[in-house]
Design a protein around this ligand. Structure first.
Ligand SMILES: [Zn+2]
Length: 330
């Protein structure tokens, strides 16, 4: 039998509106498998890529399936072993070159866990941008997982610098509730000079696919000739890079964006920074940075434990603008 007090308690409980509990911001992987075949930009080698779902807290892992024993290369700042021309990651003697564009697509779409099976030591260049990787990831579909998405929240400014005068370059991270990148390039070239050399992109805008992913890598004919003589850029050409001579763009279709050059540098920076293993909550700004300095910045951050912490969002409404949505297709 219920006492009056118990009935009162029951009534209060029934009358109180059900509390609105936000959903946890969850990790993401793919719903199904996606495959691509292409050539490596530098090696010119044919390579097959298979993107597979991975369990929560796996991170992004390249798997060299062409070796006698498959070797996993998990993403973390220390995995980067070479930054000349592209970002190369290694585990022991096994390496994968040119990981930045597919890593950028994973950062842009917000994929936390993924196996990338690869049959050679270089990611295929495809069209020279991240657009094909975005298409592959979105074709497979995005699956939410039963684990909180973990972010690295930057708590204090971290900066790295190199060179002086005309050779000066720097990159820095500042605290920011979200992920914003501003980049400035400084190319003394007729074509690049005539385009915007500075751009700022906020991932919270939800416009990665539209504004950044399609920007292609670029090069100059003089450099390409030199690189070929060194056995590099063997897979490069007008269908996977913007190529310029001294005065003009040689690609028949011209540029995809008026400021495609600086946008590609933002694309690269997103990929380079995502190698840290978790999405950053920070404002990144850079002047003439590249793969080497971007990795140096990650290592400088990790060397200062008081400059960051790992955070999750039990209620996705507390997450930065745009982070709870699954990125839309074009
Ligand atoms: Zn690039």
């Amino acid at each position: 039998m219920l006492t009056i007090a118990a009935i009162d308690r029951l009534r209060t409980r029934q009358e109180r509106p059900a509390p609105k509990i936000g959903r946890m911001l969850q990790q993401r992987t793919l719903k199904s498998i996606s495959r691509a075949v292409g050539v490596g930009l530098h090696s010119g080698q044919r390579v097959e890529l298979t993107l597979r779902p991975a369990p929560a807290d796996t991170g992004i892992v390249f798997r060299r399936v062409d070796l006698p024993e498959p070797v996993d290369i998990p993403m973390n700042a220390e995995a980067v072993t070479d930054t000349r021309l592209a970002s190369t990651v290694s585990n022991g003697g096994a390496k994968v070159q040119t990981v930045e564009h597919i890593m950028s697509a994973c950062a842009g779409i917000g994929i936390d866990n993924l196996y990338i099976d690869i049959t050679a030591d270089e990611v295929p260049i495809l069209d020279g941008s991240a657009a094909s990787f975005v298409f592959l990831l979105q074709s497979a579909g995005v699956e939410l997982q039963k684990a909180p998405r973990r972010f690295i929240e930057v708590l204090a400014p971290v900066e790295v610098r190199e060179g002086e005068g005309a050779n000066e370059k720097w990159a820095r991270l500042d605290p920011y509730h979200g992920f914003r990148l501003s980049f400035e390039i400084d190319f003394d070239h007729k074509v690049v000079n005539s385009t915007g050399q500075r751009f700022e992109f906020d991932l919270g805008s939800g416009q990665y696919n539209r504004d950044i992913a399609r920007a292609r890598t670029f090069g100059f004919t003089k450099e390409v000739e030199y690189m070929r003589s060194k056995g590099l850029a063997l897979g490069g050409g007008l269908d996977n890079a913007i190529v310029m001579d001294d005065t003009k763009v040689l690609n028949a279709g011209g540029l995809r964006y008026d400021d495609e050059f600086v946008k590609h540098k933002i694309l690269d920076a997103m990929g380079d920074l995502y190698i840290v293993g978790k999405p950053l909550l920070a404002a990144y700004s850079a002047f003439r940075s590249g793969h080497a300095l971007n990795n140096k910045l990650l290592r400088a951050l990790l060397a200062q434990p008081e400059a960051y912490r790992v955070v999750t969002f039990d209620d996705e409404r507390a997450a930065p603008r745009g982070f709870a949505e699954v990125a839309r297709a074009w």
